[in-house]
Design a protein around this ligand. Structure first.
Ligand code: NDP
Length: 444
């Protein structure tokens, strides 16, 4: 790594010693941009990299709420407004008990670069709370979301900061937050994406991240292997929004999705996962094991790691960060893996990523592969600004176009640096150059 990057990383480690997710995402990024530093001395002179790795601001606040038993409860809320060089801050809100500053800084950092890859005028941000929405009543969720917005609303707006959903934040929660935002600001405008389609949401937003992952997978299969998804064996971790819509689209394209998972275990069904049944199970908050009642020949394991032992040609981790470790990818490679596409944000640890690249496994990083969600969020903002709504087909065609163009642009960038198989470098270099130039043009 270039000494300039070494020195910045060293200082970040001293300043934020406990922020391991954030440090990991910065390190992965630094590993890719050496050559760019060598070709443009202004990058070091302007000290832009020290600027780019720090968020513009972090808003932290207390969220008091009352549970159904009348007990007072408290969580911590955050919004990390990371970078506004290309447009308003844009990125989801996550509600899980493990949300903290490090997780949201890593997500905001990734989001900044991801958003630049879409070609849309969007900056990067991320927010959330350590609130656990599981096993909460509707009334509890409503009270929590309203309290969360009482503080956050003043930092949002259609040209300032536009959140969406993420893990643990469903369309229902978006509705509750948007409803409170309206009451506090007296404005009904596109200050959230992922809204219900009857009050300003875009058709196709729910499906967008999953469909986008498959559009990008198809573009890559075509470019590198001159093939498509027909009869390809796939595994997909998770069974939430991203995983389910990835699975639907993969099946529609002729792939055989043989395994999916959730926090409570893995279902292996060699004849092909019944995605609609899995969605029904999750909608009813049941354990994934219930799948066996309809398909007794499917195999269930409580150990979520078992999914990586299942032979497949393509693996699509779509659950959470660092779910795929070195030992897991060794098993995948041994069992014939050809390609890994990150559906989740940073699901692969750094040493696992290195192993895949060293073993010539085609690897598409999340900041490119899962950009479909934010792309359609960008299209939702456009529709809101125009006071119009487009058909599902129009949105889906635009999504396909954005994902295919995005793939081609990171491929061309990787190729221009003599690394045609290194799409991690392709994505990091291209997104860095876009943001760096915009920052320089605006006086940093
Ligand atoms: P959801 O909350 O809808 O789903 C997450 C899924 O992952 C759930 O099925 C959950 O299980 C499962 N899960 C969590 N941890 C594990 C684990 N250790 N092993 C197995 N399964 C696990 O979230 P999303 O689908 O929205 O998000 C998934 C990922 O995609 C995240 O990294 C998110 O940041 C990223 N992403 C999401 C976008 C979006 O549009 N929603 C856009 C871009 C990225 P259970 O059902 O038991 O809770």
């Amino acid at each position: 790594m270039h000494e300039h990057l070494e020195s910045i990383y060293h200082d970040l480690k001293l300043k934020y010693p406990y922020q391991k997710e954030y440090l990991q995402s910065v390190l992965e990024f630094f590993e890719s941009i050496n050559n760019v530093l060598l070709e443009d001395p202004k990058i070091i002179e302007s000290n832009v990299i020290r600027n780019i790795v720090e968020p513009d601001r972090i808003i932290t606040f207390k969220v008091p709420w009352v549970d159904d038993k009348g007990k007072n409860r408290f969580n911590t809320g955050y919004r990390v407004q990371f970078n506004q060089a290309l447009g308003p801050y844009k990125g989801g809100i996550r509600f899980t008990p493990n949300v903290n500053e490090s997780v949201l800084k890593f997500l905001g950092f990734e989001q900044t670069f991801k958003n630049s890859l879409t070609g849309l005028p969007l900056g990067g941000g991320k927010g959330g709370s350590d609130f656990n929405p599981k096993n909460k009543s509707d009334a509890e969720l409503l009270r929590f979301c309203q309290s969360f917005m009482i503080e956050l609303h003043r930092h949002l707006g259609p040209t300032l900061d536009v959140p969406a959903g993420d893990i643990g934040v469903s369309q229902k929660a978006i509705g509750y937050m948007f409803g409170m935002y309206k009451r506090l600001t007296h404005a009904h405008h596109g200050s959230f994406t992922g809204k219900g389609t009857n009050y300003g949401g875009s058709l196709g937003r729910t499906e967008a991240t999953g469909y986008g992952i498959i559009y990008m997978t198809l573009a890559a299969l075509d470019k590198y292997f001159n093939t498509d998804l027909k009869n390809i064996t796939i595994i997909i971790s998770g069974s939430g929004n991203v995983a389910l819509h990835t699975a639907y689209k993969a099946k529609q394209m002729g792939a055989n999705v043989v395994a999916m998972s959730s926090i409570d275990g893995v279902i292996y069904h060699p004849q092909g996962i019944d995605v609609a049944l899995l969605e029904h199970i999750k909608e009813h908050n049941q354990l994934i094991e219930v799948y066996l009642e309809r398909y007794p020949n499917a195999v269930f394991s409580k150990d979520t790691k078992k999914i990586w032992e299942i032979p497949c040609e393509i693996a699509l981790p779509c659950a959470t960060e660092n779910e795929l470790e070195l030992e897991d990818v060794k098993k995948l490679v041994k069992n014939g893996l050809k390609m890994l596409v990150e559906g989740a944000n940073m699901p692969t640890t750094l040493d696992a990523t290195h192993y895949l690249l060293e073993h010539n496994i085609l690897f598409i990083p999340g900041k490119a592969a899962n950009a479909g969600g934010v792309s359609v969020s960008g299209l939702e903002m456009q529709q809101n600004a125009l006071h119009t709504s487009w058909t599902f087909e129009t949105v889906d065609n635009k999504l396909k176009e954005i994902m295919t163009k995005l793939f081609n642009s990171i491929y061309e960038t990787a190729k221009s640096y003599d690394k045609p198989f290194d799409l991690v470098s392709g994505a990091n270099i291209l997104s860095f150059k876009r943001i760096y130039q915009a920052m320089l043009d605006q006086g940093l």
